[in-house]
Design a protein. Structure first.
Length: 534
């Protein structure tokens, strides 16, 4: 065995360990989809408050009635109850894990110093997760109680807030949510018991529709009619915007989903009827076009191994995050934990550019000795039909990924982690930061990932696998590389469509466009949901 293979073997073991640990760590992290559903519910609650003014708002009135449905409060109540139950179960599981690790540390049953250090590190990480999950549970209890009170279930609401307060007992002042629960209990009790700092507590602890409902109840009790009228006017303006945003969030994907379903059915029928035709580059059914055409691969599996392990995992998961970035930040005396959303966006963008530059450099030097490459490698043709392939692939991917995602949600029950960029975008309010996130997700990521996974990996695998097998294998590795266990199935489905589009179009611009459209649609939804939920 050569020294190169020994080094590759060691790096492979490290890469597998890091990827495995990242996937395990994502098990106790919430999916972004769960948060998106709650944000959409918050918009729905705002929209339910809109009354309309005149006939000029007829279209919005119709949209509101179609989007909001007959009983938006009970719909929201059900979703928040499910989210609350899921969070409570996750918290109990995490607390159980924490107790087990604490017992192992206390008993010192393992005399291995390294294992003890690892247990302490894991213990600290789990402790942070418990703190985050406890905070989320408190927030959900506050909101669930307001929904219950607004639905006429005042006793249930008071009990929900009382349970929150009881969790802290003598340490109520240690948690703002417990104090806010007391405030809410007071203003919905009969008779009411108004605390002196009720309004600032509500302003600080609640947002969006929940803040509006709590303040409206408070102003009624305090007989502050002018403040109540101003509050209701502001809510009407927000509610009208919520209807418009929901029309986009619900309407546009519904149209795209319909188009994609029609395309998918049509292509499948065409393939079934015409599958016996000769599949050449310019004839035959679309699904069969170039189906059995492979690439002339001048290198062996060791080069593929080298590019993936060194170029993608070592550079992206070890060299840049653990060596290059810490040193650079120390020299510049910067702490990412103190960054505001804009600086965080630029930091993520710069990190991704470094990762891409490192990965593409390894790819270039790995295949340099094989230059000039055989025809068809890394093909980019601006005059081809890549535009149609990219858009068509996007529409076809939508119903497939939606279906898999629905199954996936039932499998993971709202857990399993998500891309860490998505929550930042969801909660962001800085337009410059959002533009930088767009450049990262909709331009940089599609270019780099399509060059690596579709441009290099997929064709290289056709040396050992049929085309369909190379598509499946590259799609799976593409999904795993995102390091969130709950995203493996949806991303593998998307990766399969990306691979299919590339093998049929033989033009990297097609999957790049599809990838960019997908990420852009996700960012647009996050922006609309985040901007309208509060």
């Amino acid at each position: 065995m050569t020294l190169k293979r020994v080094i590759l073997g060691i790096l492979t073991a490290i890469a597998i360990a890091l990827v495995g640990l990242s996937l395990l760590a994502s098990l106790n992290q919430p999916q972004i989809q769960s948060r998106l559903e709650l944000y959409q519910t918050n918009l729905l609650l705002h929209a339910s408050e809109w009354q309309g003014e005149n006939n000029q708002s007829a279209n919005l009135s119709s949209a509101r009635n179609n989007i909001v449905g007959p009983d938006p409060l009970n719909t929201a109540l059900t979703q928040y109850q499910e989210a609350r139950d899921s969070t409570r179960k996750t918290l109990e599981t995490t607390q159980s894990q924490f107790k087990g690790i604490q017992s192992a540390i206390a008993s010192k049953s393992d005399n291995n110093t390294l294992n003890l250090a690892q247990n302490k590190a894991v213990s600290e990480s789990i402790e942070q997760q418990i703190e985050q999950q406890s905070g989320l549970l408190n927030e959900l209890d506050l909101r669930l109680g307001i929904l219950q009170a607004s639905s006429g279930k005042t006793e249930a609401a008071v009990q929900t807030w009382t349970n929150l307060v009881e969790r802290y007992k003598t340490k109520i002042d240690d948690d703002p949510s417990a104090v806010t629960a007391q405030v809410l209990t007071g203003i919905w009790s009969n008779p009411a018991q108004l605390l002196p700092d009720a309004e600032p507590r509500i302003q600080k602890s609640l947002d969006g529709w929940f803040r509006y409902r709590a303040l409206a109840q408070l102003y009624k009790l305090q007989e502050r009619s002018k403040d109540l009228v101003a509050l209701q006017a502001a809510e009407q303006a927000t509610a009208e915007q919520a209807v418009e945003k929901l029309a986009i969030i619900v309407g546009v994907p519904a149209i795209a989903l319909f188009i994609g379903t029609v395309l998918l059915v049509g292509l499948t029928v065409q393939w079934l009827l015409q599958r016996k035709r000769l599949d050449t580059e310019d004839s035959g059914p679309v699904l069969a076009r170039n189906a059995s055409l492979t690439w002339d691969v001048p290198w062996d599996g060791e080069i593929v191994w080298q590019v993936l392990v060194v170029g993608f995992f070592f550079v992206g998961q070890i060299l840049i995050p653990y060596l290059l970035l810490p040193v650079s930040l120390a020299v510049l005396k910067l702490d990412p934990a103190t960054f505001d959303p804009r600086n965080k966006a630029f930091y993520i963008f710069a990190t991704y550019l470094l990762l891409s530059a490192g990965g593409l450099s390894v790819l270039y030097f790995s295949v340099k000795s094989f230059l000039p490459l055989p025809e068809g490698w890394f093909r980019i043709n601006w005059r081809g039909n890549w535009f149609l392939w990219g858009f068509g692939g996007y529409f076809v991917a939508l119903p497939l990924v939606v279906l898999v995602s629905l199954i996936n949600q039932q499998l993971w029950q709202g857990q399993g982690g998500s891309n860490p960029i998505l929550p930042i975008v969801l909660e962001g309010r800085d337009n410059v930061a959002l533009m930088v996130f767009f450049a990262t997700a909709a331009i940089a990521a599609p270019v780099f990932e399509e060059i690596v996974f579709r441009g290099f990996l997929l064709p290289s695998l056709t040396r050992y696998l049929p085309v369909w097998g190379a598509i499946a294998a590259s799609a799976f590795l593409f999904a795993v590389a995102h390091l969130s266990v709950s995203e493996i199935l949806p991303l593998a489905t998307l990766g399969s469509v990306l691979g299919f589009v590339y093998t049929r179009s033989r033009n990297l611009l097609a999957p790049m466009l599809l990838h960019s459209l997908w990420n852009s649609g996700t960012l647009l939804s996050l922006f609309l949901l985040g901007g309208g939920a509060s």
